[in-house]
Design a protein around this ligand. Sequence first.
Ligand code: GLV
Ligand code: GLV
Length: 329
Amino acid sequence: SKPRVWISRPTFPEVIARLEPHFEVTAEAEERRFSPAELAAKLAGQDAAVVGLKDRIGAAEIAGAHRLRIVANLGVGYDNLDLDALSGAGIAASNTADVLNESVADYAWALLLGAARRMTAAERWLRAGQWHATEFKAWLGADVRGRILGILGMGRIGQAIAHRAVGFGMPVLYHNRSPLPEATERACHARFVDKAQLLRESDFLVLVLPLTPQTRHAIGAPELALMKPTAMLVNVARGGIVDDRALAAALRERRLAGAALDVFEGEPALYPGLLELDNVVLSPHIASATTETRRAMTSVAVDNVLALFGHGPHAGRPPTILNPSVLDK
Ligand code: GLV
Ligand code: GLV
């Protein structure tokens, strides 16, 4: 009989259908958050799983999944997966690296400009019926030209964000675990600085680093205190990288001019203080949410599953495997 694959969330059925010649496919028809016990029950008996960021998969969830060989994550970040537990069990894990770089970079700029020009607050005001006359000095925002763009986390998404800065006339500073090769740095017109300098000098600081135990609260009260009171913070990375309570306090007290956030600690719940503020643009974790990109992400997940079972153009080599050492076993 065919191996079995479970898809945890509604996605693009015509892309998932590529699995059907080789697998017995069970695809969830509705978007749901599964409890750990439900996930364990869903994974038991499956040979493969395509999961989303809200599915947290660790030792307990795979304990009864004796046939499971791959977990393909629909996201570039994979803090929802316990990679050590999966590797220990000989289970491959994959993400959707690269296909979302440009969409996420576009969205980071949408948030940055939205915060600089107060777009969402102005729209709320308009929708509330408060636009009675056009005032010359109403809704004044900040220009971005000539201001310093800071990027914390300079992987491929960070680099795609930096490339766009040329058109906006913004010099780019960045910090990363290690500096980029000189040629790459030159190509994205970006200069490496230490984290404290990045915090002090950025007019707009964009976060694009993965959530790990080391990056949790990488932006907390002490870091916010280093930033200019005129600066704005943009987070398209992960909730938990920013201490949302400290951020809300800084925004409320105007120690920071603004923020634009696509991700939150404990989302979909939000730190209540954030909702009360007018100087923050909020969105529901949609930086990669374009039709093309979500389709491409689904396709990459399917490529990885097919490849692990020896099918398709990447047979034997899942293209975005996170723990390639499991292939040696
Ligand atoms: C992707 O960003 C998701 O919602 O899981
Ligand atoms: C989205 O948050 C992703 O990690 O792809």
